[in-house]
Design a binder for this molecule. Structure first.
Ligand code: ZN
Length: 330
């Protein structure tokens, strides 16, 4: 069974159509019913097309890696800072005076520039740029691929690809460029499990119309409500491990041989909330009720990948600029 599936562009259009009739303020989470032709979601308030269980990171501490080559348009240090800023927008959200119970930690740079999840090799949650040969729809600015347990919705891995083949990204507000931080902040929302919001003001809006709408880097109320509901504030144990599943590797699977470069997780796998107990990597209900979010993690079958559509750029804009665009001059 293939563990990777691609969500066609048509599926995205379908989702946008469904959400168009939803209330203006309603954050949506990607759900485990997602298939190659259907982007499942669970919205709050609920929507008639809701289905399945929402995706979530079981561990509150996650390591990501920026791909070391970055882009000819975006130097590595610039990319690092932008990614950091994008994740910070979510992890510093104000949940009634406290941040969400979610930490995103920058790990070693990745050599690998693929969106892959390896069930028998080391992994990394990679942010990378595709300067040449973007193989998906050219209107997509970026794609975040989320691999999850189809039974529980637990996220195993997430990778973010930026389409610098077709679009000129900018970090200085250049009027002819795509604002990198806006795109990264939107994709970071997918990375943590959010789907598109029908709220046009939200960072998670499905539409990006350059140059009119350049700043998605600040969360709207809709986004804030989403991240706070997904990861309610709470303590994170000192020993909580942030190592990717099966250990960290900066290499793609085909370049890995033998054991992974870093040892598999040695710390607390569960990072259970107070009152729960970690047994063999699973939070077990303790007297007084279980508030844990981790679940048994079957490997192999049961894992699929979701190519979330990125911000869908205005088709009019594409036509007006002749479709495929050359990168911005340095
Ligand atoms: Zn999106």
């Amino acid at each position: 069974m293939s563990t990777k599936r691609t969500l066609p562009f048509a599926g995205v259009i379908g989702l946008l159509g469904m959400l168009a009739a939803a209330p203006a303020h309603a954050y949506c989470r990607t759900s485990n019913t997602t298939t190659p032709t259907f982007e499942g979601h669970v919205c709050t308030p609920s929507h008639k097309d809701d289905s399945g269980l929402p995706l979530f990171w079981g561990m509150p501490r996650i390591t990501y890696s920026v791909q070391m080559d970055a882009s000819k348009d975006v130097p590595f240090d610039t990319a690092r800072l932008a990614v950091r800023t994008a994740f910070d927008a979510w992890t510093s959200a104000d949940c009634e005076g406290q941040p969400p119970r979610l930490e995103l930690i920058e790990g070693a740079p990745a050599l690998c520039a693929l969106d892959e999840y390896n069930k028998d090799r080391g992994n990394a949650n990679i942010i990378f740029f595709v300067d040449e040969g973007w193989s998906d729809d050219t209107s997509k600015l970026a794609i975040t691929t989320v691999t999850f347990d189809v039974n529980s919705g637990e996220i195993y891995d997430a990778d973010m690809a930026l389409n610098t083949t077709d679009w000129p990204f900018t970090t200085d507000g250049a009027p002819d460029g795509i604002d990198l931080l806006s795109v990264l902040t939107h994709e970071a929302g997918h990375f943590v499990g959010l789907s598109h919001s029908p709220d046009p003001e939200a960072t998670m809006t499905a539409h990006y119309h350059p140059p009119e709408q350049l700043d998605l880097s600040s969360l709207a109320e809709d986004d804030r409500a989403g991240i706070c509901a997904m990861y309610p504030p709470g303590p994170i144990a000192d020993g909580c491990d942030a190592t990717p599943r099966h250990g960290f590797s900066s290499l793609c699977a085909e370049d890995q041989s033998g054991p992974v470069l870093d040892a598999p997780p040695t710390g607390e796998r569960c990072c259970c909330l107070e009152g729960d107990v970690c047994v063999d990597g699973v939070c077990v209900e303790a007297p007084g009720g279980c508030a844990c979010t981790t679940s048994p993690a079957p490997l192999g079958p049961g894992v699929v990948a979701l190519h979330l559509a990125a911000l869908v750029a205005s088709l009019l804009r594409r036509r007006a600029t002749g479709g495929r665009r050359a990168p911005a001059p340095a």
